[in-house]
Design a protein around this ligand. Structure first.
Ligand code: ZN
Length: 329
């Protein structure tokens, strides 16, 4: 980069930082900066999203609801990330494929409309046979996560897992069932703290209501060059701090983050995953993974302390959103 380009970039960053706090009271602005400092440099990008105002999030045009039709712009290269975990999806919302001794276990199923060109094509591209899909564990009852599940049932007889609250919500949404993009037929229920066993692999669900009543996070082991790590995926993150949502939603969400922090601390989680990868800086880490040399640390293994700081940032940014509300009434 030339000297003038570097100066230009610095200017743009300064302007962006100013804009981020322009409408905040001094108290809220200092809360935002404390959240960033506490989170540390690994989570600077995550702070940009989680602590952003509703207007800033809308302007970023990164929410799944804003990008659903943007197939080309949302295309993301599928890739193997750990010995037993593959990234298969889009920029704003993704599926993770976990390989087990009983076949492929998908975490989420993506949009129904992206089933063939993204999910199935992605699996084939990384060398996985879709006929080996054994199960799909769905994080919550929104169509960007369960959308492809019905097609999985129909084409591969895939076992679908969701929380009881998520199944109940889908029953209300689609009581007759069966139309295009319809939810899957009611199947397996997952419960907080009760591991689901797929041969040599356990997936531990953790209830995290807030974003939806049926939201679940998951913990499972990933392997990298003979070493095992514990990964956690917080499967129901609030990405858009909408003022129309009652404060009680955020209070429940805060309690869920605390519950998830306790569970992941006990399991010594050191790998952070989301099903909305554009929100946690995943693509920067994937770029580093592509050029990683033998013996270098894995860019997604952030460590136990950094993982807990990530959850702390999510909680701190929700407190920021609540403080913004009370400042505006
Ligand atoms: Zn959702």
């Amino acid at each position: 980069m030339t000297r003038s380009a570097a100066w230009l970039c610095a200017g743009v960053v300064a302007i962006a930082a100013a804009a981020a706090t322009a409408q905040d009271s001094p108290d809220v602005a200092s809360q935002v900066s404390a959240a960033r400092t506490q989170a540390g440099p690994e989570w600077a990008k995550a702070a940009d999203f989680f602590c952003a105002t509703e207007e800033q999030v809308a302007a970023m045009k990164i929410l799944p609801s804003a990008t659903e039709a943007d197939v080309e712009g949302q295309r993301a290269e599928p890739m193997q990330v750990f010995d037993n975990l593959y990234f298969i999806g889009q920029k704003a919302v993704t599926t993770w494929a976990l390989t087990t001794s009983q076949g492929i276990v998908l975490i989420d199923a993506g949009y129904a409309a992206r089933f063939d060109d993204t999910l199935i094509a992605g699996l084939v591209k990384v060398g996985l046979d879709p006929r080996r899909i054994r199960a799909a564990v769905i994080a919550h009852e929104h169509a960007d996560h369960y959308g492809g599940a019905r097609l999985l049932q129909q084409r591969f007889g895939t076992q679908i897992y969701m929380s009881r609250a998520a199944w109940d919500a889908l029953d209300v949404l689609d009581p007759g069932g069966g139309g295009p993009g319809a939810p899957p037929g009611r199947a397996n229920v997952i419960t907080d703290g009760q591991p689901v066993i797929f041969g040599d692999t356990l997936v531990v669900p953790v209830a995290i209501p807030g974003h939806t009543p049926g939201s679940m996070g998951f913990m499972f082991r990933v392997k990298d060059a003979g070493r095992t790590h514990m990964a956690a995926l917080f499967g129901g993150s609030i990405l858009n701090p909408q003022r129309r949502l009652p404060a009680s939603v955020y209070e429940e969400y805060l309690a869920s983050i605390q519950h998830f922090a306790n569970a992941t601390r006990r399991q010594r989680v050191d790998v952070e995953l989301l099903n909305h990868p554009i929100m946690d800086g995943l693509f920067d880490r994937l770029e580093r993974l592509k050029v990683r040399k033998e013996g270098e640390p894995h860019p997604l293994v952030v460590g136990e302390d950094a993982y807990q700081r990530f959850l702390g940032l999510m909680a701190d940014c929700i407190r920021v959103q609540l403080a913004r509300r009370s400042a505006s009434v």
